[in-house]
Design a protein. Sequence first.
Length: 128
Amino acid sequence: MFLNKVIPTRYSLVLMVGALSCLSACNSAYTPATAQIAVSSAAVSNADGAGGQQYAPSDMNAAQDKLTRARKAMNDKDYQLADNLATQAQADAKLAQSKADSAKAKLAADALEEDIRVLREELNRANQ
């Protein structure tokens, strides 16, 4: 009778310790910096796709450099530095994307103004 109560309690204690250590290991693999690096990586990709390298190369280079340094800090287990660098990389990427969007909008506006100028010239010629 005594063995029936002791053995299951020992097994459940071992299982509980094993489960807690597994949860602890899983939790340490995920850090807030991991999420920030993923978000920053997406921001850099979006900025590059929007023409950031063409219209804002210095901001894109800064974003890519900081993202690379954030990944290195993550590998070195310096999570605070990794988080800070990833946040800065995201800001640089957003700036590059905004500059690229602005430059493309200006080009479109300039092209539209040129089209309007040509149409006015044609109208003036037709009215003379």
